[in-house]
Design a protein. Structure first.
Length: 331
């Protein structure tokens, strides 16, 4: 399927995707990003083994609400049979819009089991996984890859036929090697190389921090769409700016400090509702750092927030900070 047909099938108007991020792209964050312009989002990555074992915690990652469509569920694993069974179960039980295969995660816990980016070391296995999953479901199956295991084993020159022949319908490339983790820079020239060598739609990902980065990536690589991860943390306004840039409309201004804290407060409430107070409170800590990074008196606020021992205390500290920001000229 070409990009246009796939976008039509998924009802995507602007090819702007929110990156899957474990521990981050839960339902509350996905909903916020959707409101700000992400046209497709993904679950956090989910273990195919966990799905097959019917692990309760794993299954929780698979739930989403109807207003989050189109949505992809991303799975990882090593054994083609297990991934295929997991994908068939997801299709039958949760009905997402697509299944994405994770061939990029560099985390030791995952790669030591031969999953995530470790699969890039063995393209025959990658072919077996992708073929087994594509045959097991009728949903579109997509893949998210890094550029290779290390800089001596970059897979971009070889991977296109493997993906195409195994039924993959779209590929997203984060052009860092697994060994780089998040260091150095994403090598966008590899996105171009992949695009030139495949008939599959290619989504470019890596280091997009502004709307002009997104336009530059498309211009430099010819990719069919962009995926944004870390740039949206504490700043989902970036998504609306990119969406406007891609649609050729006026780019909204950067958010003010007050905008950020108001959204942080709404996000906190959504997280509490979704996880309950105890877990929600822990999960929200990293979002607090992202929302307040670089804001006036941000570090004093974070110190106070870190000392809070209850939801009520936290709400009071947030409200006080909101008031302080309103009184500042830049708020
Ligand atoms: C906290 C965090 C969690 C991530 N989890 C996943 C994941 O579950 N699946 C995946 O394919 N990529 C994952 N990634 C990688 C992102 O999807 C993305 O490829 C990467 O961050 C580069 O894009 P960016 O520069 O826009 O952040 C994660 C990244 C971060 C920062």
């Amino acid at each position: 399927m070409d990009m246009q047909s796939l976008l039509e099938k998924l009802k995507i108007r602007v090819p702007l995707f929110l990156a899957p991020m474990a521990g981050v792209t839960d339902m509350p964050f996905r909903q916020i990003c959707r409101d700000f312009g992400a046209e497709l989002s993904y679950s956090e990555f989910v273990s195919s083994e966990g799905i097959i074992r019917n692990n309760r915690r794993t299954l929780r990652y698979l739930t989403f609400q109807e207003n989050e469509r189109p949505i992809g569920i991303q799975i990882f694993g090593h054994d083609p049979r297990v991934l295929a069974d997991a994908a068939a179960f997801i299709e039958k039980t949760f009905h997402p819009d697509l299944i994405d295969l994770n061939f990029g995660c560099p985390v030791p816990k995952v790669v030591k089991k031969g999953a995530g980016s470790a699969v890039l070391k063995d393209l025959e296995r990658l072919r077996d996984i992708a073929s087994a999953v594509s045959s097991a479901v009728s949903l579109p199956v997509t893949a998210k890859i890094r550029s290779g295991w290390d800089d001596k084993h970059v897979v971009i020159p070889h991977i296109a036929p493997v993906l195409e022949e195994s039924g993959i319908q779209l590929v997203t490339l984060h052009p860092r090697t697994a060994l780089m983790r998040y260091k150095g820079r994403a090598d966008w020239s590899l996105i171009r190389q992949l695009k030139e060598n495949t008939r599959l739609p290619v989504i470019g990902n890596g280091d997009i921090r502004t709307a002009s980065d997104a336009l530059r990536m498309i211009h430099e690589t010819g990719c069919d769409g962009v995926m944004v991860g870390r740039g949206a943390l504490g700043n989902p306004w970036l998504l609306s700016q990119i969406k406007a840039a891609l649609s050729g409309t006026d780019i909204p201004e950067d958010s003010s400090s007050s905008d950020k804290i108001n959204l942080m407060s709404q996000h906190f409430r959504k997280v509490l509702k979704f996880y309950g107070p105890e877990q929600g409170y822990k999960i929200f800590k990293s979002h607090i750092s992202w929302y307040t990074s670089g804001l006036p008196h941000g570090s004093a606020f974070r110190q106070k927030a870190n000392k809070c021992r209850s939801v009520h205390e936290m709400e009071t500290v947030i409200a006080t900070y909101q008031t302080l920001l309103k009184e500042l000229p830049e708020g």
